[in-house]
Design a protein around this ligand. Structure first.
Ligand code: SDX
Length: 429
């Protein structure tokens, strides 16, 4: 092996193959296997793509061993301390922090697109009142291709930019609509005099019968959560968006596919599962029983909000949210026994050999639900909250891929089915 190539030798065939080494600006070196099958007849096998780089990207960097997360080179700790969600959205999409004029223009453009086509509001009324909000959100975003069908061409930079702004702007409006439909409340229209997170809270909780004042503490806490959830390199839902995008599908189909992938309890659905798990555990005295269940390989129960495919250290986002939990609940004068239970569960798990050995730490989903609950957001809406924030990351990654289109994504397989055999007529079976 040298600095820029690795030599593979096939003992049986007595052949050698030089594999180029690709090095990014950060992160582990990667073997370029684009020509592997052509030159050796071999494929590689990597279920879950845990060892496979599917693309090159300049958007987000994660170092799982060191617990590092950076958006366009900026540490998540600095952005969560000093930036805003909309500024982070600009950064993820454009690659640089905006100056004042650029930020004002971006804010105006997003604000200008917050309303949805009135027929989309009608479309929402067709859902069963107690449909899961993620089902409604995936359906509504996918339906945007039926309402904004005039600008769908992913090869046209202007149409890409418009679709990107429409999705970032309309996702909170659609999300609030999902909640209000469930409550049997009339549609709330965006107030463009408010900022991004204030506007969302107003659309969620305002009722026509009386004035609604957005709590600035809640708006600030939500902005922080949105920053932390905005992007996370090639996670399952982002990889889904890229794969769908590689077929040339329209932007709304790509983001709707991302929402569907995020819904799984192993992914973004975990924040809802954490609260349900804490409710099920109920009290500190039950923690040992549930930790034992999580360790029992014959028991499907997992400690939701724990573990991560990439982080083999504390998820930096979980550290920030854990600290914010205490601050937000204190500022909102809310006490939640589930926070105490979560803290105790964390302590027990982090001392347990099973979790220590497997480097299982709390992830972004472990504490986020406690803040959402303190803001009055129902558990069923937690993953929709994740989707609002992640829409920015999905859009940024979709734009990056659309600007430099890749070949259509098409993984191969190890075939384990029957070998060739002849059809047997029914009367002979
Ligand atoms: C997100 O990819 C991203 O970046 C995702 C995300 C993002 O921002 O996009 O960070 C958001 O999805 C966070 C993860 C939220 N999911 C959960 O909290 C669900 C609970 N966690 C697990 O399901 C699991 O940890 C995963 C899915 C997150 C990671 O699964 P991996 O990498 O496939 O880990 P694994 O299954 O290989 O686990 C290794 C071992 C196994 O035990 P052994 O086979 O070695 O005996 O750890 C065990 C697992 O059984 N294990 C757990 C566990 N997570 C892993 N055991 C108990 N509880 C857990 N939570």
């Amino acid at each position: 092996m040298s600095d820029n190539k690795v030599i593979l030798s096939d003992g049986a065939a007595g052949t050698k193959l030089e594999l180029p080494v690709i090095r990014g600006t950060e992160g582990d070196p990667t073997l370029d296997i684009k020509n592997l099958h052509k030159e050796t007849g071999y494929f590689t096998y990597d279920p879950g793509f845990a060892q496979t780089a599917s693309c090159s990207s300049a958007i987000t960097f994660i170092d799982g061993g060191k617990g590092i997360l950076r958006y366009r080179g900026y540490p998540i700790e600095q952005l969560s301390e000093s930036s805003s969600f909309l500024e982070v959205a600009y950064l993820l999409i454009n690659g640089e922090l905006p100056n004042a004029d650029e930020m004002q223009e971006f804010d105006h453009d997003i604000t200008y697109h917050t309303m949805v086509h009135e027929k989309l509001n009608t479309f929402m009324t067709g859902f069963h009142y107690d449909a899961h909000p993620m089902a409604m959100a995936a359906g509504a975003i996918g339906s945007m291709a039926a309402f904004y069908h005039d600008r769908l061409d992913p090869e046209d930079p202007k149409q890409r930019e418009l679709a990107a702004k429409r999705m970032i702007a309309k996702m909170p409006t659609i999300a609030a609509s999902c909640y209000r439909h469930h409550r049997g409340w009339p549609t709330a229209y965006p107030k463009n005099s408010l900022n991004y997170t204030e506007r969302f809270l107003d659309m969620m909780f305002s009722v026509p019968a009386e004035p609604y004042e957005v709590n600035p503490v809640a708006a600030k806490a939500l902005d922080l959560l949105f920053i932390l959830h905005a992007d996370h390199e090639q996670n399952a839902s982002t990889s889904t968006v890229r794969l769908v995008g590689s077929t040339g599908a329209n932007p709304y189909a790509c983001i709707a596919a991302g929402i569907a992938a995020l819904w799984g309890p192993a992914h973004g659905g975990a924040n809802e599962s954490v609260l349900n798990m804490l409710d099920e555990i109920g009290s500190v005295k039950n923690i040992p029983k549930y930790v034992d269940k999580a360790k029992d390989r014959d028991d499907p129960f997992r400690l939701m909000g724990f573990g991560h495919r990439v982080y083999r250290n504390y998820d930096p986002r979980a550290s920030i949210i854990r600290k914010a939990c205490h601050e937000v609940l204190a500022e909102l004068n809310v006490t939640d026994p589930l926070l105490d239970l979560a803290m105790e569960l964390e302590q027990v798990a982090l001392k347990d050999e099973f979790f220590v050995e497997r480097k299982l730490y709390p992830n972004v989903d472990f504490y986020s639900g406690i803040i959402y609950k303190a803001l009055g957001i129902p558990t069923s809406m937690f993953t929709v909250m994740f989707a609002i924030a992640r829409t920015v990351g999905w859009v940024a990654q979709w734009l990056e891929q659309s600007e430099n289109p890749t070949r259509i994504g098409r993984p191969r397989q190890v075939y384990t089915g029957p070998v060739a055999r002849d059809y047997i007529p029914l009367d002979k079976r």
